[in-house]
Design a protein around this ligand. Sequence first.
Ligand code: ADP
Ligand code: MG
Length: 430
Amino acid sequence: MSQTWTQCLNTLKDTIPLSQYSIWVQPLKALEDGETLTLLAPNTQTKDYINKNLKTQIKAVVNQHNKDLKIFIAIDKKPVNNKRHATPLFEDYTFDNLVLGNANQMAYGATKQIAENIKGSPYNPFIIYGGSGLGKTHLMQAAGHLAKAQNPNLKILYVPLMDFVRNITSSLRHNNIEDIKLFYQSADLLLVDDIHLIAGKEKSQEEFFHIFNFLFNGKKQIIFTCDQPPKKIKLLEERLKTRFSQGLNLHLTPPELEMRAAILLKKSQNENINIELTEDVALFIAGHITSNVRDLEGALLKLKAFVDFSKIDNSFISKEVVEAALGDLIKPQIKNIDVNDIQKEVAKHYALTVSDLSSKSRKQHIVLARQMAIYICHELSSLSLNKIGKQFGNRDHSTVIHAIKKIKEKLENQDIKGDYDLIKLRLANL
Ligand code: ADP
Ligand code: MG
């Protein structure tokens, strides 16, 4: 801080109303080079206010202390705040935590090779594309971790595309787009996540084009993720499409059954999940959840919660427990089951005979079993209501409708729901 300014402040404090002094004068920073006193205002508003209302007064006071000093008022340009523009890498998204399979083998190999050779990779830009939840972000960040581990001095920037767009938008408002560009251009490895989201955002595309060229020409590595092959993105400038397609574009596909099971087994051992799955049970879950890895993780978390809250012994996670925990996620794929099989399973479950189900008995537990069997027949067989009625001692279709309605109500009861789930599970495994 300039010494002259420190002395001036004491005088100004007494001559300017205190509220005005503390809002406008106190925040100023001062630089003095012998000829000029530069007062740095934190923003345009302060600069304008001082120029308009206080400059004469300030000048007078300054010249009392040093009559030759010129005064200059400017805006204090803050150094670019790195934290605002980049997101740190997720700790867990490392190569070590990735399960390998046909679905990602090639992308894995390429990513690793690029990360190990960040300064001389022929694959620039490198684009990992594929559907949601398949591990694109994970793989890209694994490259960041590995590159950093090999060379801690590298500047690695990870940017979700929407953050980039937000930064561009706010830089237009604050008039500091050059700072933002300089920031991205300072990267040795730029990781841009979900680049497809740039579609239709013209200003962001324009700025990105310049950043891209700068880095590319400087032989800096760029990695993107995208939800489709870049050349297919609609509303993306042709020149960007061309640039992106020049690099290596690799596809991540949904993991196959064994890979899904391996992912479940690996993640079940994570300290935040920590449940014991057998290979059989992992295959069972993987057989039902086929979409993507994120859904597998969701299923594990649900299973963990079930095990924790129902206090089931961790080492007894059976298929039945999985069924109960995951419910809808694991709906048995059973259709068109034979009515006789349904009757047999229901009768067995309630310790009755198949003929009890067709009898005229009104005993409560027989009625429940009969209605349950009718309900499941309606759900799982393709028979009409009339035909179902015929199979249960020639009852008419209004009795069938009544039975379905009754069970619908009774499924609210946990015990009855438990019976129902178990019978269906057995039918699914016939
Ligand atoms: P995307 O970016 O393709 O939508 P993510 O990279 O966010 O998908 O992955 C979703 C979740 O699945 C993450 O928690 C990630 O760690 C996990 N994941 C994806 N692929 C694998 C894999 N091969 N092995 C282990 N975990 C994986
Ligand atoms: Mg992602």
